[in-house]
Every structure is written in C-alpha cells, then in structure tokens.
Design a protein around this ligand. Structure first.
Ligand code: ATP
Length: 230
C-alpha cells in the first residue's frame, strides 16, 4: 500500500504540489487527474524519489521508498525512453536484467505480453521501425516485465487509439485484480473513469476533488464524469 501524507514541492516561487495526501491500496487503481502543469509528474517524481519533497511523507507498506524498493516499482514515464536502435528483444532484456531477471524468463514474458497486447511486429524488429502505438505497447511491457506489484503510469494512453486504449485498460484491470497497487495520470477524467477505483484531481498543485469513483459520480449526479477544460 502506498501512503502519501501532505507532500509539498516548490520550484522557486511556483508551488508545484501543495500538501497532497492519498492512499493507494493493493488491488486498487488511483487516477491522478489534472491539466498541464497541475503537478502530476512532480508527484510521481517525489514518489520515485527522483526529487525530494519539501514537506510530507511517502511510504510503501509502512516503509520509506528506499533504493531497493524503488527498483521494484513499475514506472511508465511520460517521456518515453526506448533505445531506438535496439531490437524489441534487446530492449526488454536490458530492462529485465536491471531487475535481475533470467533472460529466458524475460523472453517468455515478452512473447506472452506481445500476444496479449496484439503488438504488430516481431521481437527482432528495431524499436525505430515500430509505429508509435506499438512502441508505446513495448514501453508498457518494459514497465511490467519484472511483474511489479506497484505501478506508476504517467499518461499511459496518450497517443493510443480507442481500441488500443481499451486493450491496455483491460490489462491494467487484470493487474489490479491480481493485487497490484496502481496509480496513473491523465489530463481529463472523461474516458478513464471506468479504470479508476479512486480519483485525485489536482489543479495548480492543489487537490480539488478526491474520493472513490462511485461517490464522485453520485456527487456529479450522472453516470459519466466529465470535467470541463479551462
Ligand atoms: P503535464 O500534464 O503537462 O505533464 P503535470 O501535471 O505533470 O503537467 P508537472 O510537470 O508536475 O505538471 O508540473 C507542475 C508545475 O511545476 C508546472 O508549473 C511546472 O512548470 C513546474 N515544474 C515542474 N518541474 C519543474 C522544475 N524542475 N523546475 C521548475 N519548475 C518545475
């Protein structure tokens, strides 16, 4: 379980995240929603200990997120980070080895994920030859290859068409059903609310809405929650 208690981050005179608290239980999905600059990526960077919070506490199962723990998290960055000149297989084996996985296990896992995600391409294809959507699926596989039980997905659906978005959402739901704690970000609740058990909405670093999706839907008085753009 991830527990965040009052984290704050200021860059110069800009308050990027202001006293954010949230809990992500095992076997649940938190949607972190907010427009550009709301503080989503800064929140993820604090959880991953890439940057230090000015204030507040972040724990995973009651312990601070140490280097060891950090290695177990499955992180999909907003800036996708595949090596274009590697083949799909080389790329995934590279990530798998960082997590101490056996090459044969990683290869098997890759094959099974490529089937599940309907990747158009072969393991021996260079990353640079893949379409944007297929490259994104490979990045998703890189995030999951070591079977993490805690996932942080920064804008996982950007650039995917509706069919592939729904394919990826179904796989994320299965990971949750298998017990993973998952947090993902999105610009807007519309389209991703069906994925979230709980939602935290940020605006200019501050929480403007937080709770379970049923309560939030009821408070909006309709089955789908739409949030107006500014
Ligand atoms: P997006 O949807 O555009 O990715 P976001 O919700 O992820 O936005 P953040 O990237 O967390 O937002 O940025 C929050 C605020 O903090 C923004 O105003 C941004 O300009 C500022 N910010 C983020 N990182 C830094 C930094 N390293 N130095 C200065 N300001 C920063």
């Amino acid at each position: 379980m991830l527990k965040i208690d009052g984290i704050t981050k200021q860059f110069g005179d800009k308050l990027a995240v202001d006293a954010l608290s949230m809990t992500v239980e095992d076997g649940s999905i938190m949607g972190l929603i907010g427009q550009n600059g709301a503080g989503k990526t800064t929140t993820f960077r604090m959880i991953l200990d890439f940057i230090k919070a000015d204030k507040g506490l972040i724990t995973w199962n009651g312990r601070p997120i140490t280097q060891d723990l950090k290695q177990t998290i499955g992180f999909l960055p907003e800036e996708r980070g595949l090596y274009q000149k590697m083949t799909v297989e080389e790329q995934i084996l590279y990530f798998a080895e960082l997590h101490g996985m056996k090459r044969s296990d990683a290869r098997e896992e890759l094959g099974s994920w490529m089937d599940k995600l309907e990747v158009v391409g072969k393991m021996t294809d260079k990353v640079q030859t893949l379409s944007k959507g297929n490259a994104q699926k490979i990045q998703f596989i890189a995030t999951l290859i070591h079977r993490p039980n805690f996932l942080i997905l920064d804008e996982p659906f950007t650039g995917l068409d509706p069919v592939n978005t729904s394919l990826l959402m179904n796989e994320i739901k299965t990971l949750k059903e298998n017990g993973a704690a998952i947090i993902f970000s999105s610009h807007n609740m519309s389209g991703v609310e069906s994925l979230s058990d709980n939602v935290t909405m940020l605006k200019k670093g501050k929480v403007v809405l937080q709770g379970d999706i049923y309560g939030i839907r009821n408070s909006f008085g309709r089955t789908q929650v739409y949030v107006e753009s500014e």
